[in-house]
Design a binder for this molecule. Structure first.
Ligand code: CA
Ligand code: CA
Ligand code: CA
Length: 193
């Protein structure tokens, strides 16, 4: 059984929290993730595992879920595991923009990547999703891990109620030869744990 541990949800203390398999947001506890594409929920992602659980429903009104992460210098998003997917439909929509918002839900131009997940092999519960965002079946794409920066994710299902969960894994960037003092400090703090 999965143990859901609520992590501190505050941008101010991001990366001060311990690195462990934390649930950083669970809609059953913390409430709905923002449905406003221009004002996503800012989640305090930490090095290591960051689990986000939620649900969407088309009724009484459509419930898109938008949330923003900030990856600091020296780190990268290296994995997104589809932890949970319970749906009456066979697929759901998942997208990311390299910004603190989803600029326009009706225009994919600003999106970094958009995919349909939950139906094809490799996009099912338990699967890695970063490779699908890199090589999307809907829009965009990118090469390699997501580097330091601000990203907003968008999850949506329009036909049925859906429970979902993601584990966003943030790891130090390899090859620290060019690391700054600040990054070195972060790495040192991580090694001490
Ligand atoms: Ca929502
Ligand atoms: Ca929701
Ligand atoms: Ca995959």
């Amino acid at each position: 059984m999965r143990t859901r541990t609520l992590a501190v949800v505050s941008a101010a203390v991001a990366f001060a929290a311990p690195a462990s398999a934390d649930v950083i947001w669970d809609e059953a506890i913390n409430g709905d993730l923002s449905s406003d594409n221009l004002n996503p929920t800012l989640l305090a992602f930490v090095p290591g595992s960051n689990m986000v659980f939620g649900s969407t429903s088309p009724e009484p009104e459509l419930d898109p879920d938008y949330f923003t992460m900030v990856i600091p210098a020296g780190y990268e998003l290296s994995s997104i595991i589809f932890e949970e997917y319970v749906s009456g439909d066979d697929q759901a929509f998942f997208a990311v923009e390299a910004a603190a918002q989803i600029t326009d839900p009706f225009d994919p131009t600003a999106l970094l990547s958009a995919v349909l997940i939950g139906s094809l092999p490799g996009t099912m519960q338990g699967d890695e999703l970063l490779d699908d965002l890199q090589n999307p079946n809907v829009w965009g794409g990118f090469t390699g891990n997501l580097p330091a920066g601000t990203y907003t994710f968008w999850y949506q299902e329009i036909t049925t109620t859906t429970d979902y969960g993601f584990d966003f894994v943030i790891t130090p960037v390899p090859a620290p030869a060019t690391a700054t003092l600040a990054v070195g400090g972060l790495l040192l703090a991580r090694r001490r744990r």
